[in-house]
Every structure is written in structure tokens, then in C-alpha cells.
Design a protein around this ligand. Structure first.
Ligand code: M6R
Length: 606
């Protein structure tokens, strides 16, 4: 959470810095700021609200420095206000920070006792004071960063400029993402390569404890033991269309519509188009284990819950699913014979990363299913499968979710074959009939979304909504409810349909919306009975089913037939329908679907 960018160049950099943090706005959008060094002085502009407010400010009151740092904030310590916005300037130092300084209270006490005065409520300001003191004691900036970092607890990436030197930027990171790059006459740092991709074709991903000095055309990286090091370079591509909504009106809607193309891309990458063999060697280690634990947060957790059905039924592998935020603080029984799968769009989620590290310390092999393949999780896991969804800007996970499902379904099929639970021929049949049917079916849902649009508008002002499903449709019900809460701010919960009578039915009153994920499969009758019981008590059902279930569903209320698909492919069309319901409900209620209140896309703090 929070995005940082730094640049040094042969011309004023403030405008480019603001464009850089605009590309990182998914990381936080409470307030933003920029500082540059000009004639031996640090000058700064800050604004509350989206980065566009900062851009308007610097157009009126420009900055002229050729070296600078910028920040887009997701508030952790202190409200979103100008005083709390970064950069924080103390004496000759300006600092931007992403992450959390856990011991900031005790450091602040100590600094107050030394007579230091604070201008903000942030944890970051203690870092600015400590760096200012270290420089005042005569340390050079790289040594000051080292000395100060050793006093900090938590996870962070820090960028710094000093008024002493107009030709340098400095940065360090500890369990927080940070990339750097140079080209002749310039150098750059950022939380994510996307921010600087228009200027460079290669980036270095810094490792925990690295410090870096950036000058025009050069980088000097030293590791935590003070050795000068080179970090591997990775390609970055600047795709300006990725930073535009391309006529969809929102990133979320654009990303929902990108799903058929993402699924096609995955099919082409994971399976041989002629033989239909799966090409997923990354599952070999997991396939040898006796038990699996799947772990993640939020939407990615629901992807794990669905995948549990697949690993059990397709691979005969006992599975449990754990919230990463819980797993990391337990003493789970994990060891020989266990394998772990972690799922994440960003690859940065603090709790998932911590759970991965805990599992790794126990010698348990890990497979990470991740969209951002340069992320910490991708670097630290035993094996990695990239979900190939492309950058996702909307805070709500949409194409990342279906890409996770597709990857996990393909992985479960591959593990089943590797374990002798199924034959090569059965794999080929599943690839052809199930995986192969998904992209086009999703396309059909998108093409006929008018019906969903009309229904969703009725949810915009609902005080609450209930989602139900059974079997694999239960995690989808929870995911659908999360989507509605997240962007439409309607209180929604997803329940296992069979649990309604055990309590949640008491929530039903006249007109309560009840969205049922109810494909016409072996569980159809059971789920429909539960819907009927709720309808008898005033609930207004909207049943997502298919052609075979439509007639009976319509007798209970509103219903929609989604494409008829093989059983294992059904969740994909339901997932997309649920995304559209949430999107259209939020849009009908006038909400900002891409930037929901209080949220950020990458949750890099606990
Ligand atoms: O990047 P991750 O997949 O690890 O993120 C996990 C959750 O924060 C994320 O899925 C969140 O729940 C989404 N915003 C929901 O749409």
C-alpha cells in the first residue's frame, strides 16, 4: 500500500514523478505529494485526494528540481490530510515511505525527548528525523540509511533526497517492493516497474536490506552486509493502453471484458493445442505430497476454496484452505509430506507472504500462483505459475480471480495425472472439453449482460443482500458478496445454502435480495429448496442457473440462464455474472468502482 517513485534527470522531474505515481494509484489514493531539490533547498507540494489534485497543484505552483521523490498514500498512521501526506521533510532530508514502521511509537518518544518536533501523525516522520540527525552527525547518506534502517522494525521501502546534493537519490527496502533503473543521463526508483516503464526497458528488483544510490545514468546497490552487488535485470514493457480505460468508463469494466482474452492466453500457455497435454512442470513437487494446504487473502482465498474441490476430486489429494492472516499466527501441523499453494494477484500481500515464509522455514515445498511474476512471493516460492492476467488496476479483483481459477483447475488436472489418479487421455479430454470451453462461454456472458444490468440496478440501494451456493458454488457466493460490499458498499454475505436455516434466514425480510449461484447440477434441487424457503419468508431471489434450471428457478422469482457447460467449467461463468452484478450495482449507485473508499489494491501491511 502506498506507491513511491523517484527520478533524477537532466530536466525538471515533478511532472514525470506525478505521472509515475498516477500509474501507482492502485496502491493508495488518499493523498499525494512530490518534492524536488532546487538550488540547495527541498521544495514540496502535497494535496489531499487523488493524484490528479496534486497534478493540478503543480500546474499552478510548479517545481523546478531535476531530482525528486513522489508518493501516493493509503493512510495507516493518521488521517488523509495534507500534513500527513508524504514526502516528509525534516531539516535537509525529504522522505517517502511505503510500509509500516512498527516501533515508531518508541522512536517518536525518544525523538521528542531530544527536543524534536513533529508535524504529522505518521510513522514515516520518525524516519525523516532519524535520517536528518544521522546526516547532521556527518554520516554520508548511504551510511545514514544503513544506520537508521537498523533501528527500524517493520516492512518498508524508503526513498530519500537531501538538500546537500541535487544530483542524487537514495533508497532502501526491507520486505517492501522497490525497483530501480538507469539510462544515460537519468535514474529511477519505484514501488512497481509500471511507474517507470515509459522511461526504461529494464529494471532491477531490490532485495531485502539493499540500499541504493542513484545518480544520472548510474546505480550503486549495496546489500545488507555492505557489499556492492548487481541485481538481475528484468524487462519491463510500457503499454500506455494499460493505463487507460479504453472507452469502458472504468478499469474494472475493462478488466471484466478482458477475461476471454486472458483465458485464451492461459489455455495457449498451459496446454498443447494439438495433443491437449498440460505443460505445467511446476506442479511436479506438489504432486508428490500427501496433503495440501492452500492459503491466501480476500478474493484469492475464495479461489483457494474453490480449488480445494478440484484437488480433492481430480487428484485425490487431501486439502485444507487457510486464511493467510490466520495461518501465519498459528502453530499449524505442517511438515514432511505436506505441500503448500499460495495464491495472490500482487504477490505482495503481507499476510500471504508471511505465511509463505513460515511454511518455507518448515521445509514445506511451496507453489505460488501469482499474477505479478516479479513479486516477492514469486521470488521466494519453490515453484511459480504466473496467471498471465496482465496488470489489474481496479481494486476489485476480476480478471485476476478467473485467471487464478483457471490456473488452479489446470494445476489440479495436472496433479491428478502426475499422481496416477487420471490418465493422459482423461487429461486431454478435460483440456479440450472443459478448459477449452471456458473462454467462449465467458464471452457469451459478457455479450448478454443487459439482463444482469437491469437486476443489479435494484441492488444499489438495498440495505443488505444474501448470496448462497452449495459445493463449488459456495465460495463463489462468498466472492460475489465480497465484490458487492467492496465496490457498492451494500452489506452482503455469502452462505452455504444448507446453512441458511441455521441462522442467516433470520435476516430475511420482505424484499431482501437473495442471489443464488445454482447451476443445474447434482446440487440444484437442494439449493433451489433453500431458495424457496427464503422466498417463502419474503426474500426476492435472483437465481443464476443455466437453460436446464431456468424454468424451475423462474417459478421462485427472477432468474438468469448462463451458458450450459461441463460441471468443472461452470464456476467461470458464474464468477463473471457476479462481477457484473457488483459492478453495475456500484455504478448505478454512483460509486467509484475502481477506487472504493478505504481500500487499496496491494495490501502490503497487516
Ligand atoms: O494481491 P492478492 O491477491 O494477494 O490480494 C488479496 C486481497 O487483498 C484481494 O483479493 C482483495 O480481496 C480484492 N480487492 C477483492 O476484490
Amino acid at each position: 500500500m502506498c506507491g513511491i517513485v523517484g527520478m533524477i534527470n537532466g530536466h525538471p522531474v515533478a511532472g514525470d514523478l506525478v505521472s509515475g505515481i498516477q500509474r501507482l494509484e492502485y496502491r493508495g489514493y488518499d493523498s499525494a505529494g512530490v518534492a524536488t531539490v532546487e538550488e540547495g533547498r527541498i521544495s514540496r507540494r502535497r494535496a489531499v485526494g487523488p493524484v490528479s489534485a496534486l497534478r493540478e497543484l503543480i500546474e499552478v505552483v510548479p517545481l523546478s528540481g531535476h531530482a525528486g521523490i513522489a508518493h501516493t498514500r493509503w493512510a495507516t498512521h493518521g488521517s488523509p490530510s495534507e500534513a500527513n501526506a508524504h514526502p516528509h521533510v525534516v531539516g535537509e532530508v525529504a522522505v517517502v515511505h511505503n510500509g509500516i514502521i512498527e516501533n515508531h511509537d518508541e522512536l517518536r518518544e525518544e525523538l521528542l525527548r531530544l527536543g524534536r518536533e513533529f508535524a504529522s501523525e505518521t510513522d514515516t516522520e520518525v524516519v525523516a528525523h532519524l535520517l536528518d540527525m544521522a546526516l547532521a552527525e556527518g554520516l554520508d547518506p548511504m551510511t545514514a540509511l544503513d544506520v537508521v534502517s537498523r533501528r527500524l522494525r517493520g516492512s518498508y521501502a524508503i526513498g530519500m533526497i537531501t538538500s546537500r546534493d541535487e544530483d542524487a537519490l537514495y533508497a532502501t527496502c526491507h520486505n517492501g517492493p522497490l525497483v530501480v533503473a538507469e539510462h544515460p543521463g537519468a535514474a529511477f526508483l519505484a514501488s512497481d516497474g509500471a511507474a517507470i516503464a515509459p522511461y526504461v526497458s529494464e529494471i532491477c528488483v531490490l532485495e531485502c536490506g539493499d540500499r541504493v544510490e542513484l545518480r544520472r545514468g548510474s546505480l550503486r546497490i549495496v546489500d545488507s552486509s555492505n557489499q556492492t552487488v548487481d541485481r538481475p535485470r528484468r524487462q519491463v514493457e510500457s503499454r500506455e493502453d494499460e493505463h487507460s480505460t479504453e472507452g469502458y468508463g472504468s478499469f474494472m469494466l475493462k478488466e471484466i471484458h478482458q477475461q476471454p482474452a486472458v483465458l485464451e492466453r492461459q489455455l495457449a500457455a498451459f496446454a498443447d493445442p494439438l495433443t491437449h497435454e498440460l505443460r505445467l512442470p511446476q506442479v511436479a513437487t506438489i504432486a508428490k505430497q500427501d496433503q495440501l494446504v492452500l492459503s491466501a487473502c480476500g478474493t484469492s482465498f475464495y479461489a483457494c476454496q474453490l480449488a480445494k474441490y478440484w484437488f480433492e476430486s481430480l487428484a485425490g489429494l487431501p486439502c485444507r484452505v487457510e486464511l493467510a492472516s490466520e495461518l501465519r499466527y498459528r502453530s499449524p501441523v505442517l511438515g514432511a509430506g505436506h505441500g503448500a499453494i499460495f495464491v495472490s494477484q500482487s504477490g505482495e500481500t503481507a499476510d500471504t507472504l508471511a505465511a509463505l515464509r513460515m511454511v518455507r522455514e518448515r521445509g514445506v515445498p511451496s507453489l505460488v500462483v501469482v499474477n505479478v511474476e516479479t513479486s516477492a512471493m514469486a521470488r521466494e516460492a519453490t515453484d511459480v505459475i504466473g496467471t498471465l492476467a496482465g496488470p489489474e488496476h481496479g481494486v476489485a479483483s476480476t480478471k485476476a480471480f478467473t485467471a487464478q481459477l483457471f490456473t488452479l483447475l489446470a494445476a489440479a488436472i495436472a496433479v491428478g495425472e502426475a499422481r496416477g489418479h487420471s490418465t493422459r487421455q482423461q487429461t486431454a479430454d478435460l483440456v479440450r472439453t472443459t478448459l477449452g470451453s471456458i473462454p467462449q462461454a465467458v464471452e457469451l456472458v459478457l455479450a448478454s449482460s443487459a439482463r444482469i444490468h437491469a437486476y443489479a440496478a435494484t441492488l444499489a440501494d438495498a440495505p443488505r443482500a444474501i448470496y448462497v451456493g452449495r459445493g463449488p458454488s459456495f465460495p463463489l457466493a462468498m466472492e460475489g458478496a465480497l465484490k458487492l460490499k467492496e465496490i457498492a458498499y451494500v452489506h452482503a454475505e455469502g452462505f452455504a445454502a444448507g446453512e441458511l436455516k441455521h441462522g442467516p434466514l433470520a435476516l430475511v425480510e420482505e424484499g431482501t435480495p437473495l442471489i443464488a449461484v445454482c447451476p443445474h447440477d447434482s446440487l440444484f434441487d437442494k439449493t433451489l429448496s433453500n431458495v424457496q424457503e427464503a422466498a417463502a419468508r419474503g426474500a426476492q431471489p435472483f437465481v443464476l442457473t443455466d437453460a436446464d434450471g431456468l424454468g424451475r428457478a423462474l417459478k421462485l422469482g427472477d432468474a438468469l440462464a448462463l451458458p450450459t457447460l461441463p460441471r468443472l467449467a461452470q464456476p467461470f461463468v458464474h464468477a463473471v455474472a457476479l462481477q457484473l452484478i457488483a459492478h453495475h450495482a456500484a455504478a448505478a449507485g454512483g460509486k467509484n468502482v475502481d477506487r472504493p473508499r478505504n481500500l487499496a489494491k496491494s495490501v502490503t501491511v497487516e
